[in-house]
Design a protein around this ligand. Sequence first.
Ligand SMILES: NC(=O)c1ccc[n+]([C@@H]2O[C@H](COP(=O)([O-])OP(=O)(O)OC[C@H]3O[C@@H](n4cnc5c(N)ncnc54)[C@H](O)[C@@H]3O)[C@@H](O)[C@H]2O)c1
Length: 248
Amino acid sequence: MNRFEGTKVLLTGGGSGIGRATALRLAAEGAALFAVDLSGEGLAETAAAASGPGRIATRVADVADEAAVVAAVRAAADELGGLDVLVNVAGIHRTTPIDRLTVADLHHLFTVNAVGTALFCREALPLLPDRTGVVVNVASSAAAHGNPYMTAYAASKGAVLGFSLSLAAEVAHRGIRVVPVSPGSVATPLAGPHVLPPDLDVSYYGRIRSPFGAAEPEQIAGVIAFAASRDAGYLTGAELRVDGGSHI
Ligand SMILES: NC(=O)c1ccc[n+]([C@@H]2O[C@H](COP(=O)([O-])OP(=O)(O)OC[C@H]3O[C@@H](n4cnc5c(N)ncnc54)[C@H](O)[C@@H]3O)[C@@H](O)[C@H]2O)c1
């Protein structure tokens, strides 16, 4: 399939995990990508792994830095000759029991996950074409289902979800689609067991596991690619929950 031939895509979080898998999937389907991440090393690995008709240009930038976001969106449009699709994947995770939650944790999670997503949307939307422009924002199933020790992360992802649904309503008159994609547990560095402080009750986590096990990042990338493609031309303002039936 070459669903993204001639499509110009700006993607954040392209240096690892779901963002890398999505960049590779879209490039394989013909997209011209501009991938942003904090990690230059991660971006270089992604660009080197690209195969197929598409291409991946990269830029190191912090999605939480407003000036850096403004510059990155401008650079993406210059490099690609415009923009058709924005995919916000960059994000961070913290596992903290409520009694140890700090204002710094809250600010950090919200700034990267929610403010970063909002800034990219604000800057890219004027450049997206009416009728065919698409925004896909990666939220999390944690936004809708309680997970122990994830209060701050879940709240920041709830912000991404709510932001995306309202944005969909706001830009619908232009024919631009906005789709929040909410993964469950995905096998990436973000979700590794190292994020759990050693004294926490890990057994709690049993209740949020999918009977299918953790997803591979490519399984989330496939859903993001669908949401961004013309196959999903009537899909907007609706969350795609991809959690392997964690809550059935
Ligand atoms: N892995 C999961 O289980 C899971 C579940 C639900 C949602 N998600 C979401 O999926 C997205 C991707 O996560 P992942 O699992 O691929 O993790 P990952 O750690 O493999 O990738 C995240 C990427 O975001 C980048 N990043 C982090 N902060 C940044 C910043 N300030 N500026 C620019 N780039 C930054 C990192 O460098 C990294 O390359 C995140 O938004 C995450 O919250 C992940």
